[in-house]
Design a protein around this ligand. Sequence first.
Ligand SMILES: Nc1ncnc2c1ncn2[C@@H]1O[C@H](COP(=O)(O)OP(=O)(O)O)[C@@H](O)[C@H]1O
Ligand SMILES: [Mg+2]
Length: 228
Amino acid sequence: MMLLMAENVTKTYHLGKARIEVLRDAQLEVAEGESVAIIGASGAGKSTLLHVLGGLDRPDDGSVMVTGNDVYGMSAAKRTRLRATDIGFVFQSYHLMPEMDLLENVVLPAMALPDWLHGAGRARTRARKLLAAVGLGDRARHLPMELSGGEQQRAALARALMNEPRLVLADEPTGNLDDATGNRILDLLLSLTRGERHALVMVTHNRRVAERCDRVLQLTEGGIHPLN
Ligand SMILES: Nc1ncnc2c1ncn2[C@@H]1O[C@H](COP(=O)(O)OP(=O)(O)O)[C@@H](O)[C@H]1O
Ligand SMILES: [Mg+2]
């Protein structure tokens, strides 16, 4: 089954009189068990594409299907629920809650789940495991501002994995990590998303990072193309 299907996705930004056509008829299909890397120049629209795929930014035209659900054909409330249960998003600029410590940040997505109160204890246990897995086991009680960029990036990754989402969308998830840490994080990301029912779409500048995914695609002129 296709876990993610984006068809004819078009997105234009308007800045005063200027039109910036960022995505034009972009197409993407990602199967269960697949990992896909998307590379492209700075400003090519990679972050915009991931936001559209993740239900965060409505396209002007086209459709996005995630786990069989029409992401922009449902109410905002249903879309919020779908994002909480099925989509893990690693933001390029982390977006951690500054007043919450790392443990609270990682637990946060679980609070959006319907059975949150029953699973609160289990959620905290899982959050601690995820923090340990990204090498931040001893930083659970630190605030984001007490961490380096790379550490915040790893905390953001742990948060994205909290609800065991079937689709993980990661925007330059190794962008601020040294090679060794980046490889370890990539191992984690690939191991958690290679399961039968899961998939990963990752945006990266780094060709070596990209080549660890099953497929490498390139975003140019608003469209997604196989890399030659
Ligand atoms: N909210 C916005 N309003 C206007 N222009 C935007 C907005 N977000 C992104 N852009 C523009 O769209 C283009 C693609 O941006 P982005 O998706 O962030 O690229 P990338 O992630 O590949 O560097 C850039 O030219 C950027 O300036
Ligand atoms: Mg970007």
